[in-house]
Ligand binder design. Sequence first.
Ligand code: GLP
Length: 244
Amino acid sequence: SVHNNSNNASFFVANEIADLIRQRQKEGKKLVLGLATGSTPTKAYDFLVKFHKEEGLSFKNVITFNLDEYFPMEADSIHSYVRFMNEHLFDHIDIKKENINIPNGRLDREDVREFCDDYEKKIQDAGGIDIQVLGIGRTGHIGFNEPGSSLTSKTRLVRLDRVTRLDAASDFFGLENVPTRAITMGVGTIMAAKKIILMAWGEGKSIIVKEAVEGPIRESVPATFLQNHPNCSFVIDEAAASEL
Ligand code: GLP
């Protein structure tokens, strides 16, 4: 759906999530939420915090799995996605600590493989992801699945594309400080989610949004795989929709 601005679009997304949480709560069931970082989802998280504070929306029955984390990355670093999620969402809601899952950026290299396999297993044991929130990178990456990621890829250690590192350079005060690798859920992990919502704002995303929605499905633009998902919606603003 196309909204006139990112605020309205974020409100729409936050409401979809909140409705599902409440629905599951009524049934006495858990909701498994896949979360993303970056500047795109922050407004939707702000609305979820607002719903918690003002309408009593509870996250006690919510289990979260984040898409990705830089590697290596200390949890308390200002650049970590752990810190990002705490600041933008988790510190302000009543989610249980043990229900929060984020790829671990502080492992020894030789332990990463086992961690990734466990991450996949944890998602499955939780019943699979009910709703996965996504942003999109200029390379067409979802999570950190860069061009070349296969449709069946699972959680793993990946090398970041130069374009992605350039886009992150200002946050890290220089390209040389941006990690070269990350742990990310795979395309296959994301595609297994029951529902996917991809958000994108601004003119800068318009070309990659067009590619993702209208371009041929291919590994060189991983977001194109979403065209084959049975329940995926793009929630974008008018600027991001301008090339469609
Ligand atoms: C990073 C994240 C992605 C995100 C992308 C876009 O690469 N790992 O999940 O979609 O940035 O970032 P932004 O939302 O700031 O445009």
